[in-house]
Design a protein around this ligand. Structure first.
Ligand code: SF4
Ligand code: SF4
Length: 402
């Protein structure tokens, strides 16, 4: 993809294609603790790893033998087609249902009690159209997901957020809110603000609303329909939407799409603005991977560690109204705590600053590095020693002296 546009208009999308069965799966284990080891046999749906938080447990997408377990992934050699028996969902709602969904692989972090539920149908990024076929062809599954979410969220008001110009039929008793079809209007902090008028920190929950995307509802609906754990994701690949087994290697997907990866090309998992480059073509896709793009060597943006020119272009473009240039400098010189003075936690990681940076600095990467280091810093010290979220000027002085 060489021509980039910020438009979120998806046009007419085709039906959801079912991904083929690869010979092996590399299931990512980030945020999970494996419960099986090398040599163990699994059926499709066998528990592989417990989630360390509310992101949902990980289950085997296909039957086979575990050939390798590392900190990062579990390699499964796929064998015959056998699945675990379906489970029955609890009759109760609330926490009991939430815990069951978590054990079935659903990321329940956005599922919490709130007076307002916002269903986000705005594409997360340009070139990603996963919501369209789900809303059009899997309506019943999505509605079952919504009904299940209602039993946990217990909302009083329901909103459907859609990009103006994209097709998105409303649900019963739902208010439709349209936003301009321009990136980054589909990112949760902006979606919440469009409905509630309030801002919240990215990564935290809005005060009075729960936000679930159309694909979240589809996944919940699938688990309820089948009684089997979630082991698939929906991805846009070359303009077509696919239902893909978690852990499917990148090279398998590229070959299925009749694409090629040459030396120097970048394979991006997710969208072009926020996606993560694949480390290698063996890497398996995760539950939250929404797309795959091949950025040719000739078209790839090559960020360089050039000094900031102080031009202010990144600040003018930033939807969070913060100072990406200053934050990137803090990160570059390892003054991570100082980045908090420039409100790094307000960054929604949209990547727009890096796109426009005159000096081609890797701004989003610097910001993600600083957030990662800050999270490590917090987890390594006791709560009593934990610095306040809004550091004082003394902290600034100390860091400047360092
Ligand atoms: S990625 Fe850059 S432009 Fe986007 S919110 Fe963060 S600092 Fe602002
Ligand atoms: S756009 Fe780039 S060069 Fe300009 S102020 Fe921001 S970081 Fe510095």
């Amino acid at each position: 993809m060489t021509d980039f546009s910020f438009s979120l208009l998806t046009g007419d999308t085709g039906p959801l294609a079912k991904g083929a069965r690869p010979d092996s799966l590399r299931v990512p284990l980030e945020g999970h603790r494996p419960v099986l080891a090398e040599g163990d046999q699994v059926l499709a749906g066998t528990l592989l790893a417990k989630a360390r938080d509310d992101r949902g447990d990980m289950h085997a997408p296909l039957a086979g033998i575990i050939r390798e377990v590392s900190r990062f992934a579990m390699l499964i050699e796929v064998m015959e087609e056998r699945r675990v028996d379906p489970q029955t969902a609890p009759m109760e709602g609330g926490d009991i249902l939430r815990r069951w969904l978590r054990s079935m692989g659903i990321d329940v972090r956005p599922l919490r009690r709130a007076p307002v539920l916002i269903v986000n149908a705005v594409p997360p990024e340009p070139g990603i159209s996963i919501h369209d076929p789900l809303l059009r062809d899997y309506r019943k599954t999505v509605e079952l997901g919504l009904e299940t979410a209602r039993r946990v969220v217990e909302y009083a008001r329901l909103y459907l957020m859609a990009a103006r110009g994209n097709r998105a039929n409303a649900f019963a008793d739902c208010t439709v809110v349209h936003v301009p079809p321009v990136y980054p209007n589909g990112l949760p902090p902006l979606v919440a603000k469009a409905v509630t008028g309030r801002e919240h920190l990215p990564g935290q929950h809005p005060e009075n609303a729960a936000i679930l995307s159309v694909s979240d509802l589809y996944f919940i609906g699938r688990v309820m329909e089948t009684g089997r754990p979630l082991t698939q994701t929906v991805m846009t690949i070359a303009g077509q939407n696919h239902l893909v087994h978690v852990g499917t290697p990148v090279d398998f997907l590229v070959a299925e799409a009749r694409g090629t990866v040459e030396d120097g090309d970048h394979v991006i998992l997710g969208g072009l603005m926020r996606g993560i480059p694949a480390l290698n073509t063996d890497q398996g896709v995760a539950k939250d991977t929404t797309g795959l793009h091949i950025l040719r060597k000739s078209a790839a943006f090559v960020p360089v560690d050039a000094p900031c020119l102080g031009c202010g272009e990144c600040e003018r473009r930033c939807p969070a109204r913060i100072m990406p240039g200053m934050i990137s400098r803090c990160s570059e010189f390892k003054q991570f705590a100082r980045a908090e003075l420039f409100h790094i936690h307000s960054c929604m990681e949209c990547g727009i600053c890096g796109y426009w940076c005159k000096a081609k600095r890797p701004l989003l990467q610097y910001i993600r590095l600083a957030k990662y280091e800050l999270a490590l810093l917090r987890s390594a010290i006791t709560p009593a020693e934990r610095p306040p979220l809004d550091p004082t000027k003394e902290a600034l002085r100390e860091n400047s002296d360092a």
